[in-house]
Design a protein around this ligand. Structure first.
Ligand code: ATP
Ligand code: LTN
Length: 335
């Protein structure tokens, strides 16, 4: 008999437009694996409100992001695509898991520390319990693998700890998931701040997948390269982080190795290299952008994908939730 396919699950917050970091670090790898795995991808809108949002914008982005997911190659026929808030089991399991998660382990999360420092004016409990909801997202689907960028590895690790703790008490309820981190593209840095990951919170160094060709060219032209005066394309992450980042982007898109890139731009300098990176990025993103713009206009189609996605996701999530409710001792009504 054929082995059932392993499950893969991941999510992105609809907190802004998708950028090159999200695409190369996460989505591109998701789309590449569709035939090998049973895949669930969702927009983490419940997570998004840990930072205050404009309701109309969040609503709009939740639909736009679905169009962008599909345009990036996530076929809705082959992947289950859904909105987190459409599947109540996420919130329900999150509460149960919060009773199996220790305050000490939450306080060690680096994303919490970073976000807490950035949002001193709104230090809400959701920011702190964020990883519990993420654990619920993953464990509900009995996911084997969670493809994410490197920054999310710690959250998958705490999910494993929570799952193991629960299983130790109640038996094998949850599959213990593994993070899946791409070899290249796992961490794309900001073009203006090569020390920090590319993030929508620093828009000038962030290439959005919906940016037009001119904007992309301008952002790459202004990319910080290095402070030494040797204008040469060489991979040296320590001393030339800006150049290393551009090489990483170029390599992830073209499939060329760093050595091949060094040879290609030997003696040519950044004046040639930066526009070349901008060009491959734009050539890669242009069809995605066009397709996303086309899909965004078809709201009924997108709604239908969300309806079907929520239905499929709820079926799988519901099974796990019922098992958990039973295990912890919640009284069940006879059928
Ligand atoms: P923010 O900009 O607020 O930090 P974000 O852009 O990181 O948010 P998320 O929803 O946190 O967006 O991330 C979605 C996915 O994209 C995650 O798998 C994350 O690891 C990946 N990712 C985000 N930024 C990068 C990056 N710069 N390089 C590689 N992967 C990234
Ligand atoms: N925390 C993640 C988004 C996210 C996620 C998940 C990723 C929410 N739930 C479950 C993988 C699996 C982020 O900020 N990138």
């Amino acid at each position: 008999m054929e082995e059932p396919k392993k499950r893969m699950l991941s999510g992105i917050q609809p907190s802004g437009d998708l950028h090159l970091g999200n695409y190369l670090g996460a989505i591109k790898n998701w789309a590449d694996r569709v035939n090998e795995y049973e895949c669930y991808y969702f927009m983490a809108d419940l997570h998004t409100i840990t930072v205050r949002q404009e309701p109309a914008d969040l609503r709009k982005r939740s639909l736009n992001q679905l169009a962008q997911y599909i345009a990036c190659g996530l076929d809705p026929e082959k992947n289950t695509l859904f909105l987190q808030s459409h599947v109540p089991a996420h919130s329900q399991l999150s509460w149960v898991l919060s009773c199996y998660t220790m305050l000490g382990e939450l306080s060690r999360m680096t994303q919490y520390k970073d976000k807490a420092a950035k949002h001193q004016d709104n230090l809400n409990a959701g920011l702190f319990t964020y990883p519990i909801l993420m654990a619920a997202d993953i464990l509900l689907y009995q996911a084997d693998y969670v493809p994410v960028g490197e920054d999310q590895k710690q959250h998958v690790e705490i999910t494993r700890d929570i799952a193991q703790r629960f299983n130790n008490i109640y038996g094998e309820v949850f599959k213990v998931p593994e993070p899946l981190i791409a070899k290249t593209g796992a961490r794309i840095y900001g073009l203006s701040t090569p020390g920090d990951k590319m993030s929508k919170s620093i828009p000038e160094g962030c290439v959005f997948i919906m940016d037009d060709a001119d904007t992309i060219a301008r952002k790459f032209k202004r990319a910080v390269t290095d402070s030494d005066t040797v204008n040469c394309v060489r991979y040296d992450k320590e001393n030339k982080p800006g150049v290393a980042n551009l090489m990483n982007i170029y390599s992830t898109i073209t499939g060329k190795t760093f050595e091949e890139i060094e040879k290609e731009f030997d003696g040519k300098g950044y004046g040639v290299f930066k526009p070349a990176v901008a060009e491959v990025v734009n050539d890669h993103l242009a069809p995605i952008r066009d397709e996303a713009n086309r899909l965004i206009k078809d709201k009924e189609y997108l709604n239908q994908i969300y309806r079907e996605g929520a239905e499929r996701a709820s079926y799988v999530a519901g099974k796990t939730l019922r098992k958990v409710y039973k295990k912890v001792g919640f009284y069940q009504l006879d059928k």
